[in-house]
Design a protein around this ligand. Structure first.
Ligand code: FE
Length: 296
């Protein structure tokens, strides 16, 4: 029973502005995935540029992987739930993503990398989020970090929030600082696990853009039920001070979702495939640099 309301962190919760169903697509060498945050939502969800989800038990859906390809101008955040993926890049970095781990890569002025499954069978499931860089940082030196599962802080709810566990990938929740912090965009990235009927509150600055993607069970956000495989865009209502999430009481599985929020950059966005800059001129230069081998 959730009766303790005196310690509420959120008094004016945001409502759901819009529910989005992802689009089935494929990328890399034929990897099947669902693009949830698509290009037409980049302004609305600034500083986030893309969210892909992948999940399959069929090797044919993922075995081709993502052979060598470039990136410039933003960060990629890959979160593995199941499966193993090896990455290598042109700067000589190499690492293995295992279940529960995160790879945070700042492409900066450019890298060429590959992301290949290191399994012939079994389940592969996870997310890839693209986080924009401010204009001043788009041409910075590339950087990356492999974050092992045990390096991701876990918060466990008590009292009114008993039954909720948060894996804090980025940002801060309930005083627990995540594995990553970013100054310009202040991203919050939580993987939330709910027991049936459990509730969770997260303060959010009103100007930050925020969304929830449910990947198991169902969540209630205000009056809106958010079903599995749906993204709920949270309204930036004036005076809104956060979000309140509640798992349905039905079933025994509970719910799982990622909650993502960040401070918008409010800068022009020019994208051509794996290059995201501020102007078309910078995009032409990125393509030229790539063709001339200057990204490696
Ligand atoms: Fe990539």
């Amino acid at each position: 029973m959730s009766t303790a309301t005196t310690s509420s962190l959120v008094t004016h919760p945001r409502i759901v502005e819009r529910l989005v169903q992802g689009q089935a697509t494929s990328d890399g060498a034929g990897v099947k995935l669902t693009r949830v945050l698509t290009q037409n939502l980049q302004r609305r969800l600034d500083p986030f540029l893309m969210l892909d989800t992948f999940g399959s038990d069929a090797a044919s859906d993922y075995i081709g992987g993502f052979p060598d390809h470039p990136h410039r101008g933003f960060e990629t955040v890959t979160y593995m739930l199941e499966g193993r993926m090896r990455h290598k890049d042109s700067a000589g970095h190499e690492g293995l993503l295992t279940p529960g781990s995160v790879q945070w890569m700042t492409a900066g002025r450019g890298v060429i990398h590959s992301e290949m499954p290191e399994q012939q069978e079994g389940r592969m499931e996870g997310f890839q989020l693209w986080l924009n860089l401010p204009a001043k940082s788009k041409m910075r030196e590339p950087w990356y970090r492999d974050i092992r599962p045990e390096e991701i802080p876990v918060w466990r709810g008590e009292g009114a929030e008993a039954g909720v566990t948060a894996h804090v990938i980025a940002g801060t929740t309930h005083g627990v600082s995540g594995a990553m912090q970013r100054e310009d965009t202040e991203p919050l990235y939580l993987d939330l696990h709910f027991a049936p009927g459990a509730t969770f509150e997260q303060p959010l600055p009103a100007a930050h853009n925020a969304f929830v993607y449910v990947y198991r069970g169902e969540l209630q956000v205000g009056e809106t039920a958010v079903r599995r495989q749906r993204m709920a865009i949270l309204a930036n209502t004036a005076g809104g001070d956060g979000v309140r999430l509640a798992a349905g009481v039905e079933g025994t599985e509970g719910a799982r979702a990622i909650l993502i929020a960040g401070r918008p950059l409010n800068e022009p966005i020019a994208q051509y495939g794996p290059f995201v800059m501020n102007t078309n001129e910078e995009i032409f230069r990125a393509v030229e640099d790539f063709r001339a081998g200057r990204l490696a």
